[in-house]
Design a protein around this ligand. Structure first.
Ligand code: RB5
Length: 148
Protein backbone atom coordinates (compact mmCIF):
# COMPACT_ATOMS: atom_id res chain seq x y z
CA UNK A 1 0.00 0.00 0.00
CA UNK A 2 1.54 3.24 -1.13
CA UNK A 3 0.21 6.70 -0.53
CA UNK A 4 -2.69 8.22 1.40
CA UNK A 5 -3.94 11.80 1.67
CA UNK A 6 -5.38 12.69 5.05
CA UNK A 7 -7.14 15.77 6.40
CA UNK A 8 -9.46 16.73 9.21
CA UNK A 9 -10.94 19.67 11.05
CA UNK A 10 -10.55 20.70 14.71
CA UNK A 11 -13.09 18.04 15.71
CA UNK A 12 -10.66 15.24 14.92
CA UNK A 13 -7.12 16.39 15.75
CA UNK A 14 -6.46 13.55 18.21
CA UNK A 15 -8.02 10.96 15.90
CA UNK A 16 -5.85 12.20 13.03
CA UNK A 17 -2.76 11.74 15.19
CA UNK A 18 -3.78 8.16 16.03
CA UNK A 19 -4.29 7.47 12.33
CA UNK A 20 -0.98 9.00 11.23
CA UNK A 21 0.90 7.02 13.93
CA UNK A 22 -0.80 3.85 12.70
CA UNK A 23 -0.02 4.52 9.03
CA UNK A 24 3.58 5.54 9.73
CA UNK A 25 4.18 2.23 11.51
CA UNK A 26 3.09 0.58 8.28
CA UNK A 27 5.57 2.71 6.32
CA UNK A 28 2.76 4.27 4.34
CA UNK A 29 3.52 7.56 2.62
CA UNK A 30 1.08 10.14 4.05
CA UNK A 31 0.20 13.61 2.84
CA UNK A 32 -1.31 15.25 5.94
CA UNK A 33 -3.10 18.47 5.01
CA UNK A 34 -3.98 19.34 8.62
CA UNK A 35 -5.52 20.80 10.59
CA UNK A 36 -2.85 20.55 13.28
CA UNK A 37 -4.29 22.54 16.18
CA UNK A 38 -7.48 23.22 18.08
CA UNK A 39 -8.35 26.43 16.22
CA UNK A 40 -11.64 26.09 14.39
CA UNK A 41 -11.48 25.58 10.64
CA UNK A 42 -14.29 24.97 8.16
CA UNK A 43 -14.57 21.32 7.18
CA UNK A 44 -15.58 22.03 3.55
CA UNK A 45 -12.21 23.77 3.01
CA UNK A 46 -10.32 20.83 4.50
CA UNK A 47 -12.27 18.21 2.55
CA UNK A 48 -11.95 20.07 -0.75
CA UNK A 49 -8.19 20.48 -0.32
CA UNK A 50 -7.79 16.73 0.27
CA UNK A 51 -9.98 15.84 -2.72
CA UNK A 52 -8.03 18.16 -5.01
CA UNK A 53 -4.77 16.68 -3.77
CA UNK A 54 -6.07 13.14 -4.37
CA UNK A 55 -7.19 14.03 -7.90
CA UNK A 56 -3.64 15.08 -8.80
CA UNK A 57 -2.98 11.33 -8.84
CA UNK A 58 -0.62 8.88 -7.20
CA UNK A 59 -2.79 8.21 -4.14
CA UNK A 60 -4.35 4.90 -3.18
CA UNK A 61 -7.15 6.59 -1.27
CA UNK A 62 -7.91 9.42 1.13
CA UNK A 63 -9.11 9.75 4.71
CA UNK A 64 -11.30 12.65 5.84
CA UNK A 65 -12.13 13.57 9.42
CA UNK A 66 -14.39 15.99 11.24
CA UNK A 67 -16.43 15.81 14.41
CA UNK A 68 -18.88 13.33 12.96
CA UNK A 69 -17.33 12.48 9.59
CA UNK A 70 -20.58 13.66 8.02
CA UNK A 71 -19.61 17.16 6.91
CA UNK A 72 -16.39 16.10 5.20
CA UNK A 73 -18.18 13.15 3.59
CA UNK A 74 -20.98 15.28 2.16
CA UNK A 75 -18.45 17.80 0.87
CA UNK A 76 -16.19 15.19 -0.72
CA UNK A 77 -19.09 13.57 -2.55
CA UNK A 78 -19.80 16.87 -4.29
CA UNK A 79 -16.36 16.81 -5.90
CA UNK A 80 -16.24 15.15 -9.32
CA UNK A 81 -14.50 11.80 -9.24
CA UNK A 82 -14.80 11.29 -5.50
CA UNK A 83 -16.68 8.45 -3.79
CA UNK A 84 -16.42 8.99 -0.06
CA UNK A 85 -17.86 6.42 2.37
CA UNK A 86 -18.85 7.23 5.94
CA UNK A 87 -17.51 4.13 7.65
CA UNK A 88 -18.75 3.08 11.09
CA UNK A 89 -17.66 -0.52 11.66
CA UNK A 90 -15.71 -3.36 10.07
CA UNK A 91 -18.62 -4.34 7.83
CA UNK A 92 -19.04 -0.89 6.31
CA UNK A 93 -15.24 -0.61 5.99
CA UNK A 94 -15.19 -3.83 4.00
CA UNK A 95 -18.19 -2.97 1.82
CA UNK A 96 -16.90 0.54 1.12
CA UNK A 97 -14.08 -1.13 -0.81
CA UNK A 98 -15.63 -4.41 -1.98
CA UNK A 99 -18.84 -2.93 -3.41
CA UNK A 100 -18.40 0.84 -3.67
CA UNK A 101 -14.68 1.01 -4.44
CA UNK A 102 -14.63 4.20 -2.38
CA UNK A 103 -11.63 6.43 -2.94
CA UNK A 104 -12.16 8.24 0.36
CA UNK A 105 -13.32 7.06 3.78
CA UNK A 106 -14.56 9.39 6.49
CA UNK A 107 -14.64 9.18 10.29
CA UNK A 108 -15.65 11.38 13.20
CA UNK A 109 -13.33 12.41 15.99
CA UNK A 110 -16.26 12.90 18.36
CA UNK A 111 -17.95 9.59 17.57
CA UNK A 112 -17.83 6.73 20.10
CA UNK A 113 -17.06 3.88 17.73
CA UNK A 114 -17.26 0.31 19.03
CA UNK A 115 -14.32 -0.58 16.77
CA UNK A 116 -11.05 1.39 16.63
CA UNK A 117 -10.85 3.59 13.55
CA UNK A 118 -7.43 2.13 12.77
CA UNK A 119 -8.97 -1.35 12.57
CA UNK A 120 -11.59 -0.04 10.15
CA UNK A 121 -8.86 1.54 8.02
CA UNK A 122 -6.94 -1.74 8.06
CA UNK A 123 -10.06 -3.60 6.92
CA UNK A 124 -10.62 -1.12 4.07
CA UNK A 125 -6.98 -1.35 2.98
CA UNK A 126 -6.91 -5.16 2.98
CA UNK A 127 -10.21 -5.67 1.15
CA UNK A 128 -10.30 -6.03 -2.62
CA UNK A 129 -12.86 -4.36 -4.88
CA UNK A 130 -15.10 -7.09 -6.25
CA UNK A 131 -15.85 -5.48 -9.61
CA UNK A 132 -18.41 -7.41 -11.67
CA UNK A 133 -21.96 -6.15 -11.08
CA UNK A 134 -20.61 -3.33 -8.92
CA UNK A 135 -18.83 -1.83 -11.92
CA UNK A 136 -22.18 -1.02 -13.56
CA UNK A 137 -23.54 0.54 -10.37
CA UNK A 138 -20.43 2.64 -9.81
CA UNK A 139 -20.54 3.80 -13.43
CA UNK A 140 -24.14 4.96 -12.87
CA UNK A 141 -23.10 6.88 -9.74
CA UNK A 142 -20.15 8.51 -11.44
CA UNK A 143 -22.23 9.44 -14.49
CA UNK A 144 -24.05 11.87 -12.16
CA UNK A 145 -20.83 13.93 -12.08
CA UNK A 146 -21.57 14.96 -15.66
CA UNK A 147 -25.13 16.07 -14.89
CA UNK A 148 -24.03 18.85 -12.54
C1 RB5 B 1 -17.39 21.34 13.77
O1 RB5 B 1 -17.85 21.87 14.95
C2 RB5 B 1 -18.32 20.21 13.32
O2 RB5 B 1 -19.49 20.73 12.83
C3 RB5 B 1 -17.63 19.36 12.28
O3 RB5 B 1 -16.47 18.84 12.81
C4 RB5 B 1 -18.39 18.18 11.74
O4 RB5 B 1 -18.91 17.40 12.76
C5 RB5 B 1 -19.37 18.47 10.69
O5 RB5 B 1 -19.98 17.57 10.10
Amino acid sequence: MGKIVLAGDHGAVELKKQITDFLKKKNIDITDLGTFGDAAVDYPDIALAACREFLKGGYDFGILLCGTGIGVCITANKVKGIRCALVSDLFTAEMAKAHNNANFIAFGGRVAYATPVTAMIEKFMTTAYEGGRHERRIAKMMALDKQG
